[in-house]
Structure formats: C-alpha cells, structure tokens
Design a protein around this ligand. Structure first.
Ligand SMILES: [Zn+2]
Length: 110
C-alpha cells in the first residue's frame, strides 16, 4: 500500500479563499484533502482493505520467477561492471606515472 502526500493550492469553502491543502493519496487515489488554514477535512471514500487486497492480488498475479530472473541479471551486470570501472582509473594513473618516470630517466640520461 503506497501512501503519498502532496500540497496543492485549492479553494476552501470554509475559508472562502484559495489555501494550501494537504492531499493524501492511497495507491494514487485521493484519500483525503485537508485545508492547512482551517483544517477542514474532505475525505474520499477509499476502502483501505479493498485497496490492500487488490494490491496483494496484483503482486501474486505477476510472475515472480520472471521478476527474480530480471533482478539477477541486473545484479550480475552491476557486479561485473563495477570492478572494471574501479580498475580502469588506477591503471591509467599507473601508466601515467610510469611514463613520467621514463621521461624523467630519459631527461637524466640526456
Ligand atoms: Zn479552509
């Protein structure tokens, strides 16, 4: 169950003015709107239990095996990609240092 909040400028019938309202969403559906000035609460009839059951059903109905396979693929990609990126920088740095030494040696000899 996802509950999110946002603030919106709406017209309040009690304040007779446009005020900041706190809008509460449950699964992207407006559950309540509260005026920040007078705290007038407008509730939208949302059956929390029904929303939860619907969410659980959606989760069960999506294939879990495919999900884990995709997750594993992403994880291996992430793990295999990491050391390469970490190594490439010190390698370039070492190469640079070696070249500098070579240049220094050459300049000494000459
Ligand atoms: Zn108000």
């Amino acid at each position: 169950m996802k509950i999110s909040e946002m603030e919106a400028g709406l017209y309040c019938t009690r304040c007779h003015d446009e005020t900041i309202h706190r809008v509460v969403y449950v699964n992207n559906k407006i559950q309540s709107i509260e005026c920040e000035e007078c705290h007038r609460l407008t509730g939208m009839k949302i059956d929390a239990k029904k929303e939860l059951y619907k969410e659980m059903y959606d989760r069960i109905s999506t294939k879990p095996s495919r999900m884990t396979q995709e997750y594993k693929q992403d994880l291996s990609k992430f793990v295999s990609g990491m050391p390469l990126r970490v190594i490439s920088k010190p390698y370039r740095l070492i190469k640079y240092v070696n070249e500098t030494r070579k240049v220094l040696k050459q300049s000494k000899h000459s």
